[in-house]
Write a protein that binds this ligand. Structure first.
Ligand code: HEC
Ligand code: HEC
Length: 205
């Protein structure tokens, strides 16, 4: 019993110390997290801030579960809030009051940069970048463009033929359209899911 109490005390001490060092202090600090070469300066800075100051509770990258059961993963956040709202919330600390959510001293630039990072990793935004890079040479990927390859269907009409989620399985098995010009893709599950999230978002009724 003595031992387990000591361990418990040590643990809470470590937690107290680390929150002092990392987040309890006057300002946020930045660490390394590689957001990839294409992210803006602001998003890169936001990624570093998130890694140092938020990753203890939130999942801060493009995928993953949060350590803290109540902290929403960053990749999920703009599902119900705009980025501007998130930046304002951080700045004014007007977000949901929660005893586990520390009070940050944060500059306007830091709030904006964190919000930029959060935007960058949203599924639809991530999926849009992937589709732009991998599919746009043949398919129309927007709401009113024309496919460069005349036989490639515009993505916005695909749900007329099948539910978009059905493509997940098709692609996971390596989609074979039977058309010589349609390449066979191998994608990470997260990339595939995010591409489909984007495609879903542009469907015309
Ligand atoms: C000690 C754990 C902890 C840390 C560290 C932490 N958060 Fe949180 N955060 C939470 C919890 C828990 C919630 C959920 C609050 C609620 O809904 O009651 C939350 C909620 C939020 C929300 C509101 C999300 C929404 O849509 O409702 C934002 C934005 C947020 N955190 C941003 C951050 C940022 C940015 C950092 C780093 C600078 C950070 N948090 C660090 C625990 C933490
Ligand atoms: C080099 C050209 C090319 C590229 C790049 C390309 N496609 Fe295609 N795609 C086609 C063509 C051509 C068809 C029409 C095939 C057919 O009608 O049999 C097609 C068909 C499809 C279909 C419909 C399949 C069906 O049977 O209904 C989907 C879904 C699709 N492509 C998704 C994608 C995705 C996602 C990407 C990017 C990751 C992509 N394509 C990249 C040329 C391309």
């Amino acid at each position: 019993m003595g031992l387990s109490n000591t361990i418990k005390n040590l643990t809470s001490l470590t937690i107290a110390l680390s929150s002092c060092l990392v987040i309890g202090s006057a300002s946020l600090s930045a660490a390394e997290l590689d957001p990839g070469p294409k992210a803006s300066e602001a998003a890169r800075h936001g990624a570093a801030l998130a890694q140092t100051n938020c990753a203890k509770c939130h999942a801060v990258a493009i995928e993953g579960e949060s350590t803290h059961p109540k902290a929403p993963p960053f990749w999920f956040m703009s599902n119900h809030r705009s980025v501007d709202t998130i930046a304002t919330m951080l700045l004014e600390k007007s977000g949901p009051k929660h005893s586990d959510m520390p009070n940050f001293t944060i500059t306007k630039k830091q709030a904006n940069d964190l919000a930029e990072w959060i935007t960058w990793i949203q599924p639809v935004a991530h999926g849009q970048r992937l589709v732009q890079e991998n599919c746009a040479t043949c398919h129309a990927i927007g709401v009113d463009d024309t496919s460069p390859h005349k036989e490639a269907p515009p993505f916005r009409i695909l749900s007329q033929f099948y539910p978009i989620e059905a493509l997940e399985e098709a692609f996971a098995e390596g989609i074979e359209s039977g058309h010589p010009d349609m390449p066979v893709f191998e994608a990470e599950l997260i990339d595939l899911q995010d591409m489909l999230a984007y495609i879903e978002s542009i469907q015309t009724p």
